[in-house]
Ligand binder design. Structure first.
Ligand code: F6R
Length: 242
């Protein structure tokens, strides 16, 4: 596990964007795994800037996203489909036909989980998966629990996640209670994992993920078992790591 400590969010974003851009330059037809939330916004902004300067070409890139809220249509500004278009897909020369997310409007949880997992299998191994870390240690929407979920599944979001994400919605009541998420097993299949973490609020979750026992009660702790993990975190997020 490599850990890059950065001064702040901006430096974290630039460092992680450098790693993603190196991946795309070295392998233009990369399969990238993407995340949403506030952690990767700066990374996407930086990638867009480099694209506009002519330094990056996304035309051959394929992307798969970690997760999507169940029950939110694509046009809903809080859907992860909308987020990805807003921050990245509509701003670079990616072929949107090659961008994939779980279908939040498929109400048949089992069918959607199988469809997405099969789709991922058909695309092959993800070259680089970008991840954020939840305050409760979740990765994707794999919430703390008694088991590591293997494959894509429908998740009942924890109260703490609904609380953390309500900032994007009019009220906590508007936050969907369920989401589709790649499983821990799905995430671990990626060749490389790149985790961006910022702020003191994540310090405990990051410490437990990096230094604590590997347990499904801290889903991020599974990162310790992957052979190629890069964590890019700012000083505040790393403040509890000895
Ligand atoms: C989002 C995702 C989540 C977030 C996590 C942190 O696609 O998979 O695991 O990465 O909830 O969210 P932020 O970055 O908003 O603190």
């Amino acid at each position: 596990m490599r850990i890059y400590k950065t001064k702040d969010y901006d430096e974290m974003s630039r460092t992680a964007a450098n790693i993603i851009s190196a991946q795309v330059i070295l392998k233009p037809e990369s399969l990238l795994g993407l995340a949403t939330g506030s952690s990767p916004i700066g990374v996407y902004d930086q990638l867009v800037e480099w694209y506009k300067k002519g330094d990056l070409d996304f035309s051959k890139v394929t992307t798969v996203n970690l997760d999507e809220y169940k029950g939110l249509p694509k046009e809903n500004k809080q859907s992860y489909y909308y987020f990805m278009h807003e921050y990245l897909f509509d701003k670079v020369n990616i072929n949107v036909e090659n961008t994939y997310l779980p279908d939040g409007m498929n109400m048949d949880s089992e069918a959607e989980a199988c469809r997405y997992e099969d789709l991922l299998a058909s695309l092959g191994q993800v070259d680089l998966q970008l991840l954020g870390l939840g305050h409760n240690g979740h990765i994707g929407f794999n919430e703390p629990g008694d088991v590591f979920e293997k494959a894509t599944h429908c998740v009942d979001l924890k109260e703490s996640t609904i609380e953390a994400n309500k900032r994007f919605f009019a009220s906590a009541d508007d936050v969907p209670r369920q989401a589709y998420s790649m499983g821990i097993g799905t995430i671990l299949k990626s060749k490389k994992l790149l985790v961006v973490v910022s702020g003191e609020g994540k310090a405990e979750a990051l410490k437990n993920s990096i230094c604590g026992p590997v347990t499904p009660h801290v889903p991020g702790s599974i990162l310790q078992f992957h052979p190629d993990v890069t964590i890019v975190a700012d000083e505040a997020a790393l403040s509890k790591v000895p």
